[in-house]
Ligand binder design. Sequence first.
Ligand code: B12
Length: 801
Amino acid sequence: MDFLEFSEKNIICFDGGTGTLLQERGLMPGEHPETWNITHPDVITDIHKAYFDAGSNVVCTNTFGANALKFSDEELENIIKNAINNAKRAAKSSAAPHEKFVALDIGPSGKLLKPLGDLDFEDAVSVFAKTVKLGVKYGADLILIETMNDSYETKAALLAAKENSALPVIVSNAYGEDGKLMTGATPEAMTAMIEGMGAFAVGANCSLGPKQLSPVVERILAVSSIPVIMKPNAGLPKSENGKTVFDVGEEEFAQETEILLKKGVRIAGGCCGTTPAYIKALKEKISKTAPVPVTKKDVTVVSSYTKAVTFGKEPLLIGERINPTGKKRFKQALVENDVSYILSEGIGQQEKGAHILDVNVGLPEIDEQKMLVCAVTELQAVVDIPLQIDTSDACAMEKALRRYNGKAMINSVNGKEESMHAVFPLVKKYGGVVVALTLDENGIPETARGRVNIAKKILETAKEYGIEKKDIVFDALALTISADARAAKTTLEAVKLIKDELHAHTVLGVSNVSFGLPNRSAVNSLFFALALGNGLSSAIINPYSAEMIKTYYSFRALAGLDENCADYINASKEFSETTFGSTDAGAKSGDAKEQESALKNAIIKGLKDKAAQYTKALLEKESALDVINTEIIPALNIVGEGFENKTVYLPQLLISAECAKSAFEVIKNAASREKSADNGIFVLATVKGDIHDIGKNIVKLLMQNYGFDVVDLGKDVPPEKIVEKTVELHAPLVGLSALMTTTVPAMEETIKQLRKSAPWCKIIVGGAVLTKEYADKIGADKYAKDAMESVRYAQEITGKQ
Ligand code: B12
C-alpha cells in the first residue's frame, strides 16, 4: 500500500526524537548528527528500528541539517543515500506487522532569509532542491519539512519539494508559546500558504509539550482542509545535574496527544525528548482512536508573512493607490525607481484601514517584471497585510508570486481560454486567491445573467486545473454610468446573483463607476453602499477617501458587524476631513518639527531612504547628538517595546535597525572629524554573543569626533580577542557594549580577563540593559548611560580635551 492510500483510512504514527538518543550513544557536541549515517550506520538503523518496533508507520531520516550550506555535494549525496538506506534497512528488519514508510527529513537551513538575514530566497530554494532531488533519487516515500520557524523559509523549502518531486510533502512549523512563529506568522497564515501550495499535510512540531501546543493545533484544525500533523516535545526542557530532561512522561504525552487525535489530528509523533517508549504509548492510543475525516473548510483566505485575512466575515477593503493609472506622481516614482514612494503609499493605506493592498506597477516605459518583484519584496518587509498582485503580464505575475511571502491575492484572470490557460497553473502552483473578471472572448456581457454564465464557465475550467471555488473571487465589473445609464444596475445585479446562486465571493473596482463625472466621491460612495447591500465581499477603493471610509464604517454599523458601533465611533474622529493625512508629511514641509516626527516615523515604519532624507534635512538645523537623542533612539525604543509586547516582529525590528543605520550613515558623512591622533587609543567592542552594534557605533562616532583613535573590533567579539588587542596596543581605555541580559555575563568574563592581562586599562561599559549597579558588580570602572559620557570619561582619564 502506498503512503497516500494508507493515510486515507488510518491515523499515521510518526517516530520521536533522535538528538538525545544519539547523544546517549556518544554523539559529541559540535559533531554533525547527519554524518553518523555514514560513520555509525548500525546505530542509526537501530534507532529507526526501535521506532518501527514501537509502532511508528513513518520514520524520518537522520537528515535534519543535511543541506548544501553545511555539506559539499559529494558529502550530501553520501549522507542522504546512507540515511535512506539506514531507514529502509530498519523497516525490513523490524518484525512489527504494520505499514512502514521512510520520510526524507528536512529542517531549517540554519540561515535567515533576506531581508532578515543574508540568504536570498532563490538560493534557499536551490539549497533545499538539492536535498529533495537526492531524497527522490534514493527512494524516500514522502518528505517532512519540519521545525521551520520562518514563513519565507518554509515557502522556499516547500517550493523546492514541489518543483523537484511528486512525493507527498508534510510541512510542520515550530510555534512559540505566543502561538506564532519566530518571525510572527500565525497558524492560520501558515495553513493558508502551505495548503495553497499543495502540501499533503500541515501542522506543528517541537518547541512545546502536547498540552501547550494544543491551542496552535486546534487553530490549524479549524482552518485546514488537509490532514494535520503534530509532533510535540516531551514537555518543556529543564536542567537536572547538568543534563537536559523533559517534564512530560510517556503516558501523559500519549493522553494529551490523544485528545487532539479525537479532535481531528491525523498524523502524530514526537519531537525533542521523546523516545520509542513515548511512541509505544502513543501508538496504543492511536490504535484505539477512529480517524476523524478531513473536511473541506471552504474558506477564502489570503495571507501575509504574519496574518491571514478571511473573506466573508465582513467586507474587505483593498487599497487601490499602488497603481499608476491616472496618477502622475506615481508614474514619476516608477520611472525614477523611487521605491520608497511606493512603500509610503502602502504604509499609509494600511494605516487607513486597508485589509489588502493592490500592487500594480505596469507602465510601458519601465521593466514591469523587475519592478513588480521589487515592489512586492520591499512592501512585504514594511507592511504586514496581504498583497494583491495586479498585472496582465503572466511572467511578471509568476516572478512576483514566487517571491511573495504568503498566499497572495492575484489580479486577474478572465473567461478567455488564453487567460485561464496562463493564470490558473500559477494559482495552482503558488497558491492564491484569484480575481476572475466576468468577461470573455465576446467581451463584457450587457446583462447580469451573462456575467454569471461566464463566472460558471470560469469555475468549471478552474476545477480542471484543481482550483476550487473558494480560491476565486469574481469581479462583476463596475462600468462607467456616464457611458451607459444601466451599467451600475447591471453590476449590482451580477454581484447579488454571484453571491446567491454561485455562493461565491465578489470584488469590485468601485471608482470606475463615476469615470468622467464631477464630484465622483458622491457617486462612488453610494455605489459602494449599494454593492455592499447586495452582498459585495470586497472592494478596491482609495482608503484615503473620507467618503468611502464613512460609507464602509456606516455599513458595518448598520449591518450589525460593529458591536456598540465602536469602530464607527473610532473612525469618525477622522470623518470631518475630506481626505485623510498621509504618512509623507515631513517630505512636503520644510518645518523642522514635522521632519522630526517624520524621521521617527520613518524609522518605526521601516522607510530607509526616507530616514536618510529626513536626517539630512534635520542636520541643517540641529546638532547630530540632538538628532540621535531625540529622534533615532526614541524611535528604536518604540520598536523595541513593541517587540517586547509582541506587536512588532523580528523582520520589522530588523528593518527599523536598518533605517537607523542609514540615518547614522548620513550623520557620519556630515560630521567633520577634527582628529588629533594623540588623544589616545580606545578599543571598542560589542561582547560575545551580542550582535547589537548601533549604540556601539554611536560611541565610536563621537569618540572619533573628539580626536580619539578608535579601534573598533566589531560585534560578537570573544573576550580573548579584546584582551589580545588591548595588550598589543597597550590601550589605556576599553569600551564594551552589551544589549541583552544574556550577554552581560560575556561582558563580565571580558572584564575578568582584561583585569588579568591588561591591568593598566580602564574599562567603560554601556548598553540598554546595563545599570550603574550592575556595572559596578561586574567590575567595570565606569558605566555610561550614553555615548557622550564615554567622551567625558575618556577626556578625564587621558587629561585631553
Ligand atoms: C535594533 C535592535 C535589534 C537589531 C540590531 C541591529 C544592530 N546592528 O544593532 C536586530 C534586529 C538585529 C536585533 C536582534 C535581536 N534582538 Co534586538 N533590539 C534592537 C532594539 C530595538 C534597539 C537597540 C538599539 O540599537 N538601540 C539604540 C542604541 C543607540 O541604544 P544603545 O545600544 O542602548 O546605546 C546607547 C547607550 O546604551 C550607550 N552605549 C551602548 N553601548 C555602549 C558602549 C559603551 C562603551 C558606552 C560608553 C556606551 C554605550 O550609548 C548609546 C548611545 O547613547 C532593542 C530595544 C531597545 N529599545 O533597546 C532590541 C533588544 C535589545 N533586542 C532584543 C532581542 C531579544 C533581540 C534578539 C535575541 C531577537 C531574536 N529573537 O532573534 C536578537 C539578538 C541577536 C543577538 N545574538 O544579539 C531585546 C533584549 C532583551 C533583553 N533584555 O535581553 C531588546 C531589548 C528588545 C526587547 N525589548 O525585547 N535587535
